[in-house]
Design a protein. Structure first.
Length: 201
C-alpha cells in the first residue's frame, strides 16, 4: 500500500504546478459548462475485507481505476467505472474488482457524488496458483473534490467504496468490500464558455 500512498501524495504536490502551467485556468471555473464524453483514471490506497464462512481478513490494499462517461447536462453524466484493489501478504495476493454503471452528479462546480450498480469478483493467487471467483452483484458509492479544474481536465481527490455479495447453495452469504482514497485525472471532450462570456461583456 505504501507505494500507492506515495504516488497519491506526489500527485497532490504536483497539482499547483499543473495548474500554473494551464493558461486556460485564467477563466473562472464557475463559468465553465461541460458537455459530451469524459474519461480518465486514478490511483488508490485503502483496504479490502471479506465477511463469510471462508474469509474474514481486513487487509491494506492499493489499486487503480478507469472510467468513461457521457454528460447529458453540465452537472449530470452517465459513467462506467472499473475499479480494482490488490493486497499481498505472506505470499497470498487477493484482488477485488468491481465494474459498475451509474451516475455522477455535481453538487457544486468543484464537488460531485457518484453511485452505480454492476458486478464484481475476487481473484486469489498463491505462488503460481490462481483462482477467480464468480461474478456477483456489486454496488459502488463515491464522492470527489476537484482540486484543479482546467478547460479540458480535472484533478480529483476521491473517496470510494464498493461491496459485493454472493449466496452459496447452502444459504451462506459472503460479502466482499473495498474502500479507499484516490487521486484521479479526468479529461473532457468539450467545454462551452461563449454564452456566459458574452453575458459578461
Amino acid at each position: 500500500m505504501t507505494r500507492f500512498a506515495l504516488l497519491i501524495v506526489a500527485a497532490l504536490v504536483a497539482a499547483p504546478t499543473l495548474a500554473s502551467a494551464q493558461p486556460g485556468l485564467a477563466v473562472p471555473y464557475t463559468i465553465a459548462e461541460r458537455h459530451g464524453i469524459f474519461a480518465g483514471g486514478g490511483l488508490w490506497a485503502g483496504n479490502i475485507s471479506c465477511d463469510g464462512s471462508d474469509c474474514g481478513d481486513f487487509r491494506e490494499a492499493g489499486g487503480a481505476n478507469g472510467h468513461v462517461g457521457y454528460l447529458f447536462a453540465p452537472n449530470l453524466g452517465l459513467i462506467l467505472d472499473v475499479w480494482a484493489m490488490t493486497s499481498e501478504q505472506n505470499d497470498v495476493a487477493i484482488t477485488f474488482v468491481a465494474a459498475t454503471v451509474g451516475a455522477r452528479f455535481w453538487l457544486a462546480p468543484w464537488l460531485w457524488v457518484q453511485g452505480g450498480l454492476g458486478s464484481g469478483h475476487a481473484e486469489v493467487r498463491v505462488g503460481n496458483f490462481g483462482a477467480r471467483g464468480d461474478d456477483v452483484p456489486a454496488g459502488e458509492l463515491a464522492a470527489g473534490i476537484e482540486l484543479i479544474r482546467g478547460p479540458s481536465f480535472s484533478l480529483d481527490l476521491q473517496l470510494k467504496g464498493a461491496v459485493g455479495k454472493s449466496t452459496e447453495d447452502n444459504g451462506d452469504v459472503t460479502t466482499g468490500r473495498m474502500g479507499g482514497i484516490g487521486v484521479s485525472m479526468t479529461w473532457f471532450s468539450h467545454r462551452h464558455y461563449a454564452p456566459v462570456l458574452a453575458a459578461l461583456r
